[in-house]
Ligand binder design. Structure first.
Ligand SMILES: Cc1cc2nc3c(=O)[nH]c(=O)nc-3n(C[C@H](O)[C@H](O)[C@H](O)COP(=O)(O)OP(=O)(O)OC[C@H]3O[C@@H](n4cnc5c(N)ncnc54)[C@H](O)[C@@H]3O)c2cc1C
Length: 490
């Protein structure tokens, strides 16, 4: 086995890894780099998910990169996102740097040489692979790609129909004229239900508790108007991004300061699509305040149209057990189905399930404290892109891209070979809190796996704030000679 060396090694060719590569070759053209991707193609989330209707729930003006104009409707299908990413890869000749089917298993840091050694396996040939790199840029996402999260319900084995998880959708699943039951009511449900409703006999959504939905038109008036004026697409991209980000900031502020007012607006928006007297209180009024979980955008209110037309039904109840025919609820009602879709979320995954070590000591990330949700105490020359949930994920790809390139140049200028974030002396004894404050953001997949995640302290510097508007000022202003960065030269 030969070991190849690169200045920077990027794990993952999803929207984060491709964005990282763009920034690196744009801002640090002298650095050699490789992207190692476990799948046979690029796209990550957008390549793997194949369920009917798969689309973004963020607008692509902000989910797209800042450097590549988005010219379509704001909400895009997975196919459209993949074409957009394909163009970025081709236009910037990133393809020659990507190695597909390379599944990474270990990453070992050696302080004597200031090098990472990365090993893994080729999924197509089974061959072992080995690389060394000065800097590791982790863009492997945040959930297990092999399978989604399905709770263990009693009697599941008794069910005579088919159970599918959206993350591993069978290509040949025939749901025409079938009774379908979807368990869960997040963004995936909001996508899959309208996409299937036209073909299946009936579709029922079973939720334990409601989710906030934000219906809206899948158009952007500003973009359309500027196009009429034949304004250059790169200007339109920038202007529309600013408009959307301004509106989102306002919305987030209002959701925090005036949650009742925002809640009423959201519920009125839902009511407008539903028949008079529909029980919005039971099925569409969440217990949490708006923005404590990701808001599911519903383009053109399509899920509600299915409900209004009698093709889809909402049920808010708890599962007692599965039966041969479907699901028995705590209320005693039985929901019969041919197909059950468990839209019950992800299994969170910390750093791609890669076994990390530093100087022979294995790293347990829950023993580390995160520097701004991107670096980790005691782990040198490594950054993880964990994007935003309340704003588009990709906004953080661009911000962290700039930061890493600035850091790499700074290290070169000063002859440093390694940088490790460290807690200042007087903060070492501070209470270590879990990755994210539950009061701030509390989706179940995070709550379930919080114990695996790195810790945080109670200030923006030592946590992932999930606050794009703050970070867009703070990250570019980071002082690289600050005491939190411990540098080393070999
Ligand atoms: C269905 C769905 C819809 C979403 N919609 C939105 C949205 O509209 N807006 C939004 O902001 N966010 C959305 N998200 C969140 C979404 O995951 C991110 O926005 C974004 O696509 C993540 O990109 P990424 O490149 O960081 O990770 P991923 O897309 O997860 O890609 C990571 C890549 O790394 C590879 N990889 C992982 N581990 C290894 C390893 N050990 N070795 C080699 N390769 C590895 C994977 O194969 C994968 O290709 C959505 C998520 C899902 C699941």
């Amino acid at each position: 086995m030969t070991t190849e060396h690169f200045d920077v090694l990027i794990v993952g060719a999803g929207i984060s890894g491709v964005g990282a590569a763009y920034h690196l070759q744009d801002q640090c053209p002298d650095k050699s780099y490789v992207i190692l991707e476990g799948l046979e193609s690029f796209g990550g989330t957008w390549w793997m998910h194949r369920y009917p209707g798969i689309r973004s729930d963020s607008d692509l003006y902000t989910f797209g990169y800042r450097f590549k104009p988005w010219t379509g409707a704001p909400i895009a299908t997975a196919g459209e996102i993949l074409s957009y990413m394909g163009e970025v890869i081709e236009e910037n000749r990133i393809d020659q740097h990507i190695r597909y089917n390379h599944w990474i298993e270990t990453a070992d840091w050696d302080s004597k040489t200031s090098l990472w050694t990365i090993t893994g396996k080729r999924k197509d040939t089974g061959e072992a692979v080995s690389f060394t790199a000065n800097f590791l840029w982790m863009c492997q996402g945040y959930y297990k790609h092999a399978e989604g999260y399905t709770p263990e319900w009693e009697g599941m084995a008794d069910f005579k129909g088919t159970i599918v998880h959206p993350q591993t959708w069978p290509e040949d699943l025939d749901y025409k004229d079938k009774n379908v039951l979807v368990i869960g009511s997040g963004a995936t449900t909001a996508t899959v239900v309208p996409a299937m409703a036209g073909d299946c006999k009936h579709i029922t959504v079973l939720q334990r508790s409601p989710t906030y939905f934000a219906p809206g038109r899948n158009e952007n008036d500003t973009a359309e108007y500027l196009r009429k004026l034949e304004v250059d697409e790169s200007w339109i991209h920038e202007i529309v991004r600013r408009e959307i980000l301004y509106n989102q900031e306002e919305f987030t502020r209002r959701a925090i300061e005036k949650p009742d007012e925002v809640k009423k607006e959201l519920l009125d928006g839902v009511r407008a699509f539903l028949p008079e007297g529909y029980d919005v209180d039971t099925h569409f009024t969440p217990k949490y305040r708006p923005w404590q979980q990701r808001l599911a955008f519903v383009p053109d209110g399509d899920i509600f149209k299915g409900i209004a037309a009698g093709k889809a039904t909402m049920v808010t109840d708890h599962i007692d057990r599965f039966t041969e025919k479907g699901v028995l609820l705590k209320s005693g009602q039985e929901l019969e189905a041919d197909i059950i879709v468990t839209a019950t979320g992800f299994n969170l995954c910390v750093l791609g399930d890669i076994a990390f070590s530093v100087d022979g000591q294995s790293v347990d990330f829950s023993d580390t404290v995160t520097y701004r949700g991107m670096m980790f105490t005691g782990v040198p020359n490594m950054v993880w892109i964990f994007g935003y949930f309340r704003a588009s994920w990709t906004l953080r790809v661009d911000l962290i891209g700039d930061f890493v390139c600035r850091l790499l140049k700074y290290m070169d200028e000063h002859g440093y070979s390694a940088v490790t974030p460290q807690l200042p002396e007087d903060r070492q004894g501070e209470q270590r809190l879990c990755w994210i404050d539950e009061k701030n953001f509390n989706p179940n997949y995070l709550k379930r796996s919080m114990h695996l995640m790195p810790r945080r302290l109670d200030d923006p510097e030592w946590q992932h704030t999930q606050d794009y508007w703050r970070e867009k000022e703070d990250i570019p202003a980071i002082q690289l000679d600050d005491e939190v960065f411990r540098y080393q030269a070999v």
